[in-house]
Design a protein. Structure first.
Length: 235
């Protein structure tokens, strides 16, 4: 049932008189809210991708640090490979991306920590190599914490409710403006509703980069994994 069926004929003129001046205000309000929010979430998605790039860069740094003279390269690079593969397989989507409690990934990280620190404790490798190993390991684990924090990001519920209500109010107001026109003008309201719906869908996709339709790319980490598998990081 369209707006013509919901509003009695005797009240349509009054409804139109009220809706007409509200249209600009409601449209501006929704456009402002949606525009600012989409810009913020798009920026957050770029920031999340930057965290992943930093994590890959620090993984590469650790892989090269393991090739320092006197360092037993193979155990460190093997442990690093296990950790990166566990991260991509078990900690990259859904709830697991935010809580950081996947047993396989936690075990792989603990093994990497123990392996690197055991090598760094060897006096034969010297202070510079030991410092580089520990610094790159600490940077990698810090990146992981940043990634987990980013993956737990959610849009505030109250803000989303206000945004949805603003969109609904805009659609209802637009429907009231079609009361003076034929039923074909209702297509304009349908188009408006589609745009608002797609805007909200885009917002939710951008706001959940590890759980939505638009996801953060793991390609930087995959590149490091490939390098470890092909022997790119060699002494």
């Amino acid at each position: 049932m369209g707006p013509h069926g919901l509003v009695p004929a005797t009240e349509r003129e009054a409804a139109y008189t009220i809706a007409a001046p509200l249209m600009a205000a409601l449209g501006a309000l929704f456009a402002l809210f949606m525009g600012l929010t989409l810009a913020s979430e798009a920026s957050f998605l770029a920031s999340a991708q930057g965290i992943v790039s930093n994590e890959a860069a620090d993984a590469s740094r650790l892989a090269w640090a393991a090739t320092s003279p006197g360092v037993d390269t193979a155990p460190i690079q093997s442990a690093l490979l296990d950790y990166l593969q566990a991260t991509r397989s078990n900690e990259w989507s859904g709830v697991a991306a935010a809580n950081g409690e996947d047993p396989a990934t936690v075990h792989a990280l603990a093994n990497l920590e123990n392996t690197v620190r055991a090598q760094a404790a060897r006096t034969v490798i010297g202070t510079p190599a030991s410092t580089e190993l520990l610094a790159s390991l600490d940077a990698l684990t810090s990146d992981r914490r940043d990634r987990l924090a980013a993956a737990s990001h959610q849009l505030p519920v109250f803000y989303v409710v206000v945004l949805v209500l603003a969109g609904v109010a805009l659609i209802v107001n637009a429907s009231a403006l079609t009361l003076r026109s034929g039923r074909r003008s209702a297509l304009l309201t349908g188009s408006l509703a589609s745009v608002i719906g797609l805007s909200l869908a885009l917002l939710f996709a951008l706001g959940t980069p590890w759980r939505g339709a638009i996801t953060v790319s793991g390609q930087p980490i995959d590149s490091v994994t490939q390098g470890l598998n092909t022997g790119y990081f060699t002494p």
